[in-house]
Ligand binder design. Structure first.
Ligand code: SF4
Ligand code: FES
Length: 365
């Protein structure tokens, strides 16, 4: 079998080699950092995902080595494959930034700004995107789309008002459970996620729709309003599960397990799908073998000051002595003998009155 050719692609002036057939988005993820465009609907583990939200738009300034003409319009990087010699601009393109601002504005037209009461706050991709690209105000003057909350079974709540119609949950149910009973009904601004005639979604893997939802439209009813994610301590844990890999993240406060989720990678995507039993029914620390703290993406509010790894508790490698030309630190020094700010016969800390200017050493400058 012939080996797949490697294509050279330059994104934001950084060149990488990727196999033919790779999308621009995945090539950019190979470089990492801000070069990787945001993706609200693409999910590498879900076939057919992508192409819905347009947050991943990029500018192709050179089509390929053979045909260097630029592409006239911005393209969805999650659905466009690389060509050899292609040059792409993401954060280095004003057109892209401008378009992304517009996309965020569209996504927020009907989305309520209810982050203070939304259970997804702190781990919502739309919230992050709005901080980076959103405007303070809105130009939309019409009545917004609102929906009643639905229970999808007894463990999952659908709050359609927050949904951005990314289709991830539909693909998850379709591809993971083999028993899809929900989908998108209607078209245009009437489109909504729904279970036809309110059918419950009872499948051992359906809980994964909560993890793939980029916003707070699908939430875990066993966790809703119990705590804020930034007050919880995520730890990796596993158990011997017959249905799934049993590898999860526990969200603890003290010894109490508040929530169980799948482990997510640096792009916010689930590493291993987990079953409903692990997610909803195993809420005792004794159910799990704890592996250690979960490393959280440094961009996440959950990471602030919490954990070892990319943020928080790095110890500086240099020592005081090394950065002070070999001088030892005087950790237990007597401030009075060192500073000489006070008169030699006066000990400031032993005065039974407020210190006066006469107590200080006026010969010192
Ligand atoms: S409910 Fe969530 S995952 Fe499903 S389409 Fe809406 S935003 Fe996407
Ligand atoms: S991530 Fe590419 S269109 Fe949504």
């Amino acid at each position: 079998m012939s080996e797949q050719p490697l294509f050279k692609v330059t994104i934001d002036n950084i060149t990488v080699e990727v196999p033919a057939g790779t999308t621009i988005l995945n090539a950019a993820r190979k470089i990492g950092g801000d070069v990787a465009p945001p993706a609200m609907c693409y999910y590498s583990k879900l076939e057919g995902s992508g192409g819905k939200c347009r947050t991943c738009l990029v500018e192709v300034s050179k089509g390929s080595e053979k045909d260097p003409r630029p592409m006239p319009k911005l393209v969805a990087s999650c659905r466009t494959t690389v060509m050899d010699g292609m040059e792409v601009k993401n954060i280095t393109s004003d057109r892209v930034i401008d378009a992304r601002n517009g996309v965020v504005e569209f996504l927020l037209i009907n989305h309520p700004l209810d982050c203070p009461v939304c259970d997804q706050a702190g781990e919502c991709h739309l919230q992050d995107l709005s901080y980076e690209h959103g405007k303070a105000g809105t130009r939309y003057e019409f009545q917004r789309r609102t929906f009643k909350k639905h229970d999808l079974g007894d463990k999952i709540q659908l709050h359609m008002t927050r949904c951005i119609l990314c289709y991830r949950c539909v693909f998850t149910a379709d591809q993971l459970t083999g028993k899809r009973e929900h989908g998108i009904l209607d078209r245009g601004d009437h489109a909504e996620i729904a279970t036809y005639i309110e059918k419950n979604l009872d499948n051992e893997f359906i809980g994964n729709v909560i993890d793939v939802c980029p916003v707070g439209a699908l939430t875990d009813k066993t966790f809703r309003f119990k705590n804020r994610v930034w007050f919880l301590k995520p730890v990796d844990a596993h158990r011997d599960c017959k249905t799934c890999s049993g590898k999860v993240t526990l969200w603890n406060r003290g010894d109490e397990v508040y929530r169980v989720t799948a482990r997510k990678d640096q792009w916010g995507e689930v590493e291993d799908w987990i079953c409903n039993t692990c997610r909803f029914d195993k809420k005792q620390t004794s159910d799990w073998v704890i592996e250690g703290p979960r490393l959280i993406d440094r961009h996440s509010v959950i990471a602030q000051g919490h954990y070892a790894g990319t943020v928080g508790t790095h110890k500086p490698t240099e020592t005081f002595e090394a950065v002070h030309a070999g001088r030892q630190p005087k950790l237990l020094m007597d401030i009075h003998s060192i500073s000489e700010v006070n008169q030699p016969n006066i000990t400031l800390s032993q005065l039974d009155r407020p210190a006066h200017s006469t107590d200080f050493n006026h010969n010192k400058d």
